[in-house]
Design a protein around this ligand. Structure first.
Ligand code: ZN
Length: 287
């Protein structure tokens, strides 16, 4: 299976958003009040060339994000985008020879602005997202939480993911995206309460398209939650589940903003600690 990492521009956020500092409200206010900007990081979306049609996981940013609503303190003080129209996902897919009509399915890990920003390029695709995330990201309440529902295309009406009791590694529930069952969504709550990730099983290799489950592979490994997750325990449990998955099978871990993600994908380089831990695990781990 060919998988493409598509860099839709760059984003700059605070160091305290990438690696949360302190606990509770203090941790959650740091991304806004801290003055310590992190380096610019990529905004990745992913495209999977699958026999059942191309699947896009997250749609990245758009050039309109260079101008953000001034009334929201997060937009005013905590985030900056650097992206030109030709860096949006649509033109980049065309360069790869993938037209909008080739994309049968779009899966959104969550609806933050740098994940739903390229939706306008997919008017004919089936769009899947968690029903609770769709509700959370809507209306005035959604805007207060830092979503931009008014900038989504008018036709945006995603199909809710339907969870089944079909375990995938440590994840007890899953939603198959392909009939073949080789592209699967799993719940990874934390960054947002109903955040999802997509697991691709390509022969012996497992690739996890993790959205913002963590910003970096390193923070996933160290169990360091970000600065915006509301539920600290849920976020930590998700990072532990991801480490369990990596321990059970070699997993290439690809969050949306990890500067090393594209290199790891092209080399199919699994999380290193996973290989170490796998040797200590029982060989048979179902599905
Ligand atoms: Zn996010």
């Amino acid at each position: 299976m060919r998988i493409h990492a598509i860099e839709t521009g760059r984003v700059q956020i605070k160091q305290a958003q990438i690696a949360g500092r302190g606990h509770g409200l203090r941790r959650q206010i740091q991304p806004i009040v801290s003055l310590e900007w992190a380096d610019w990081v990529p905004v990745y979306a992913y495209a999977i060339e699958h026999a059942e049609g191309v699947i896009v996981v997250d749609t990245g940013a758009n050039a309109g994000l260079k101008s953000l609503p001034r009334w929201h303190p997060y937009f005013q003080l905590a985030v900056r985008f650097d992206i030109e129209p030709e860096q949006e996902i649509g033109p980049q897919l065309r360069t790869l020879g993938i037209g909008a009509r080739d994309v049968k399915t779009v899966v959104l890990t969550h609806l933050h602005i740098d994940h739903d920003g390229g939706l306008a390029h997919f008017p004919d695709s089936r769009i899947l997202a968690s029903s609770d995330e769709i509700a959370r990201a809507s209306g005035i309440a959604g805007a207060l939480l830092g979503y931009l529902p008014n900038r989504r295309p008018k036709w945006f009406d995603p199909e809710p993911l339907v969870w089944q009791r079909r375990p995938c590694g440590p994840f007890q529930r899953s939603a198959w995206i392909t009939k073949a069952g080789d592209v699967i969504a799993v719940p990874t709550p934390g960054h947002t309460p109903s955040h999802v990730s997509v697991i691709v099983r390509d022969g012996a290799e497992t690739i996890m398209l993790a959205g913002d489950a963590s910003y970096l592979e390193a923070t996933m490994l160290s169990g360091t939650i970000d600065g915006v997750s509301g539920d600290e325990a849920a976020a930590k449990a998700t990072l532990a589940d991801i480490r369990d998955l990596c321990a059970q099978r070699p997993t290439v871990y690809l969050p949306a903003h990890d500067p090393q993600a594209a290199a790891r994908l092209s080399e199919r380089r699994a999380v290193p600690a996973c290989d170490d831990r796998r040797t200590q695990m029982p060989a048979a781990v179902a599905s």
